[in-house]
Design a protein around this ligand. Structure first.
Ligand code: DGY
Length: 317
C-alpha cells in the first residue's frame, strides 16, 4: 500500500493490519514521475488533492492495484473512468468533513463581510487608529440573501448556519433538492443567473467538473450585485481568478474570500494586493478531528476492498 503523503497514525495503523504500508517521506507533493515510481507494485494507493492519479499511474503501479482511496470528498484529481476500465475501485471521504468545511466557509463569510482581515492587518502594521462610528464598517448578514451554488451536504450545512444568522437562502444546482430539505432551509431553487442577481453572498459548493470549470467567469461576476460577495471553498478552477480580479478592480462586486485557487498553490498576483479579498490556504477540512476521520475512512475503504468486502464510500465512474 502506498500513501503519497503524511496521514494521521490512526489511519496508518488500520492500513498496517492489512499488509505492508509505505508512506512518502517527502514533505511536498510527489512529481508525476515520483508518483509512478512510488506507487509501483502497490495494491492500494492512498492519495490526495495534489496527486494526479490517472490510467498511466495505474499502469505503472501494475495489475495488482485494486483501489485508489482519495483522502478528500472532491476527486477531480482522479481519472475515475480510466481506473474503472482497469478494474480499480476509487473511493472518497464524503460526510466526515461537512461540518468543518461549512464552519470554515462561514468564517470566511464573516471575515469578508466584517473586514476582519483588514482590521487585523491594520493593527499588526502598528497603524494609529481609534474607535469612531464610521471606522471599518462592514455589511450585516441579517435579512440578506445567501446564494448557494450546489446544495449538497456542504452547501446544506452552510445554509443551516446562514439561517441561524437570519439570512434567506436561494440555491442552484443540476436539480432541486428534495422538498423536505428545501422546507427545512426555507430554500428556493433558482437558475444561476437569478441567483447571481439576487444573492448578497454567493457561496460555491459544486464539484469541479467540465461543466463547472470557470462557472464564475466575467459574465457571472458582472451579473452579481455591486455590493455582493463571492466565497469559494470548493475547487479553485470553478472561478476565473483573472476575471475576479478585473471585477473587483471595476467595483462590480464588493469582495471575495477564497480558500482554493485556480492554480493552487499559486494565487493570482492582483488578488494578493487587495484589501477586499480574504485568502486562506485550503483549510476547509483542516481540523485535527476531521482530517483524522478523513484518513481513517480512506484506510477503512482500502482494507475493505483488499479483504474482498467492497468499498464503503465508492466514487461511481
Ligand atoms: C476535499 O475533501 O475535497 C477537500 O478539498 C480536501 O482536499
Amino acid at each position: 500500500m502506498a500513501v503519497t503523503r503524511w496521514i494521521p497514525d490512526e489511519a496508518v495503523k488500520i492500513l498496517a493490519e492489512a499488509g505492508e504500508v509505505r508512506v512518502s517521506s517527502a514533505d511536498r507533493p510527489l512529481s508525476v514521475a515520483e508518483l509512478r515510481e512510488f506507487t509501483a507494485g502497490a495494491s492500494a494507493i492512498v492519495g490526495m488533492l495534489h496527486d494526479r492519479i490517472d490510467g498511466e499511474v495505474a499502469d505503472a503501479a501494475g495489475p495488482q492495484l485494486k483501489v485508489v482511496a482519495n483522502v478528500a470528498v472532491g476527486y477531480d484529481n482522479v481519472d475515475v473512468p480510466a481506473l474503472a476500465e482497469r478494474g480499480v475501485v476509487v473511493t472518497n471521504t464524503p460526510g466526515v468533513l461537512t461540518e468543518a468545511t461549512a464552519d470554515l466557509t462561514f468564517g470566511l463569510i464573516l471575515a469578508l463581510t466584517r473586514r476582519l482581515g483588514e482590521g487585523e492587518r491594520l493593527i499588526r502594521a502598528r497603524e494609529p487608529w481609534s474607535f469612531h462610528l464610521g471606522f471599518l464598517l462592514g455589511s450585516g448578514l441579517q435579512g440578506k440573501t445567501l446564494g448557494v451554488v450546489g446544495l449538497g451536504q456542504i452547501g446544506r450545512a452552510v445554509a443551516r448556519r446562514a439561517l441561524a444568522f437570519g439570512m434567506r437562502i436561494v440555491y442552484t444546482g443540476r436539480k432541486p433538492a428534495p422538498s423536505e430539505v428545501e422546507s427545512a432551509l426555507a430554500a428556493e431553487f433558482v437558475p444561476l443567473p437569478e441567483l447571481l442577481e439576487r444573492a448578497d453572498v454567493v457561496s460555491l459548493h459544486c464539484p469541479l467538473t467540465a461543466a463547472t470549470r470557470h462557472l464564475i467567469d466575467a459574465d457571472a461576476l458582472r451579473a452579481m450585485k455591486p455590493g455582493a460577495y463571492l466565497v469559494n471553498t470548493t475547487r479553485g478552477p470553478v472561478v476565473d481568478e483573472a476575471a475576479l480580479s478585473d471585477a473587483l478592480e471595476a467595483g462590480e462586486i464588493a469582495g471575495a474570500a477564497l480558500d482554493v485557487f485556480e492554480r493552487e498553490p499559486s494565487v493570482e498576483e492582483r488578488l494578493l494586493e487587495r484589501e477586499d479579498v480574504v485568502l486562506t490556504p485550503h483549510l476547509g477540512s483542516a481540523t485535527v478531528e476531521t482530517r483524522t476521520e478523513m484518513a481513517v475512512l480512506a484506510a477503512r475503504n482500502v482494507v475493505s476492498v483488499l479483504a474482498g468486502n467492497g468499498p464503503l464510500t465508492e466514487v461511481q465512474a
